[in-house]
Design a protein around this ligand. Structure first.
Ligand code: HEC
Length: 140
């Protein structure tokens, strides 16, 4: 009787562990789908795009500097140094889509990690912020 009970309990445990593993796999595939955008920059609500500067301050300015010029305190001794997002040079291009890719994947082998934890809208808001800052600063 007791062994039967143990066997039943054991299979419940296995079932729960199995479910958890399956769920995790599901979650990581959802995660990897996150790598290609479902949205275009032009589809993102302007009120979300307006959050770009705030998100940049929080996640990027430490290395790339307050104005994106690659001069953040966190990046002083980095090799390669954080890119100057106003002047470049860019290794992966500066189009909307290319910036989105870099923000998502990061640049392997450098201090630039990916930010898949930010929502697509947040990443697009950053792309928008980088492009508008560049246009504004280059005009000056
Ligand atoms: C811990 C420091 C660090 C943080 C934080 C960081 N970056 Fe970077 N970033 C780097 C470094 C270092 C490079 C240069 C990589 C290279 O030259 O290969 C880089 C490169 C880049 C590039 C240029 C890639 C190319 O095409 O050459 C972009 C765009 C960029 N970062 C955007 C961002 C944004 C936006 C954020 C915030 C979400 C951010 N980074 C946060 C360190 C950082």
């Amino acid at each position: 009787m007791k062994t039967r009970y143990l066997a039943a309990a054991g299979s419940v445990v296995l079932w729960v562990v199995g479910l958890a593993l399956l769920q995790q796999r599901h979650r990581s595939s959802v995660h990897s789908q996150n790598f290609s955008p479902h949205l275009q920059l032009s589809q993102v609500d302007p009120s979300l795009l307006a959050k770009g500067p705030e998100i940049f301050d929080l996640h990027c300015a430490y290395c790339h500097g307050e104005h994106g010029q690659g001069d953040g305190v966190g990046g002083l001794n980095m090799s390669p140094p954080p890119t100057n997002l106003i002047l470049g040079p860019w290794k992966f291009g500066e189009s909307e889509r290319q910036l989105f890719e870099v923000l998502t994947h990061g640049v392997s082998g450098t201090a630039m990690g990916g930010f898949p934890q930010l929502s697509e809208e947040e990443r697009w808001a950053l792309v928008h912020f980088i492009q508008t800052s560049r246009n504004d600063q280059l005009k000056q």
